[in-house]
Write a protein of this length. Structure first.
Length: 179
């Protein structure tokens, strides 16, 4: 059986498409506007940094949409090097797992899963982006989840979450009330 170059190219393309279906459907994908406005995301980020800064905490903040995609992210001067990645992972975790478990904060999610028969370790083993630490809060418009904010860098993760909650409280009046 003689293998031609064309056959190899087709096999490689097929193999890539199995592992990355976006390659084949990219042309059909449409972009939709997020329900979380960029300006509001920036206001939340700035408020979290301000509130933590008042306590002399040097933090990083990430605001994500409902798909876990970063809307804005910043790292205050002098914040720990790992805090930028952790802020994203905290926001990603609450926006992806919070609705599944009916909780709005990372601390509530950690508490619920720690007391769950399935255990926190079993849930956490599924993704390298999940980070089960306090420090993130869902952003809602009415009862509709439109994103999340994660904060990292305070001495305690519970302090990160206080800054995140302050940011969500500050932007609440700016959000259109949904369901």
């Amino acid at each position: 059986m003689k293998i031609r170059n064309f056959d190899i190219v087709i096999a490689i393309a097929f193999g890539i498409s199995i592992f990355n279906p976006l390659i084949l459907v990219r042309a059909e994908t449409t972009v939709v506007n997020s329900a979380l406005p960029l300006t509001v995301s920036m206001d939340a980020l700035n408020e979290a940094i301000r509130v933590c800064g008042e306590k002399s905490y040097k933090v990083a903040v990430a605001v994500v949409d409902t798909d876990g995609v970063i809307k804005v992210q910043a790292r205050s001067d002098g914040s720990p090097i790992h805090s930028q990645r952790f802020s994203f992972r905290k926001a990603y975790t609450i926006v992806s797992m919070g609705p599944e478990f009916g909780v709005d904060t990372a601390s509530a999610l950690v508490k619920l899963l720690s007391n769950s028969p399935m255990g926190l370790a079993n849930v956490a083993s599924g993704s390298t982006d999940l980070l089960f630490l306090p420090g993130a809060v869902l952003i809602k418009s009415g009862n509709t989840i439109i994103g999340a904010i994660g904060v990292s860098g305070a001495p305690l993760s519970s302090e990160d979450e206080i800054c995140a909650q302050a940011a969500v409280t500050k932007i609440a009046p700016l959000l259109k009330k949904g369901d």
